[in-house]
Design a protein around this ligand. Structure first.
Ligand SMILES: [Fe+2]
Ligand SMILES: [Fe+2]
Length: 137
């Protein structure tokens, strides 16, 4: 069962490509959580974390490029927050290598999920009308 689910009411940013990427982030986090619950081996888990890092970078770059293209006024805040998120995910990766505390991993995965959900809801959704008004859906 998916625990981390994209919710239209809360997370719709009204731009299809970005919604798809946000859904994918939820899916990867969900995969990570389930793999931890199943006590998958460390290599398999490390692969999912790497997937999360790669995909997060891809999404954040796509989002920033689109916002920059249209001179979105909130771009600095977006970039700053994205930088923090990547640092958090990379910190997770480091903890994962040096630490064997599964409880800690669970907490970190939930933290990342909450972080990205809040960011989408409170910060990303601010660009919806701005982009829609410029013909980006
Ligand atoms: Fe986003
Ligand atoms: Fe964002």
């Amino acid at each position: 069962m998916n625990k981390f689910v994209w919710n239209k009411m809360k997370h719709d940013v009204k731009v299809e490509k970005l919604n798809d990427q946000h859904k994918m982030l939820f899916d990867i986090l969900d995969k990570l959580y389930n793999a931890m619950e199943d006590k998958s081996d460390k290599n398999a888990l490390a692969k999912v974390i790497d997937e999360l890092i790669l995909y997060s970078k891809e999404h954040l770059m796509t989002e920033e490029a689109l916002l920059e293209k249209y001179n979105y006024p909130g771009i600095a805040q977006q970039k700053e927050q994205h930088k923090i998120f990547i640092e958090k995910v990379q910190h997770f990766r480091e903890e994962f290598v040096t630490n064997n505390n599964f409880m800690l991993y669970f907490n970190m995965a939930v933290f990342l999920k909450n972080w990205i959900a809040n960011h989408i809801q409170e910060i990303d959704r601010l660009y919806s009308d701005f982009l829609n008004e410029r013909g980006v859906y």
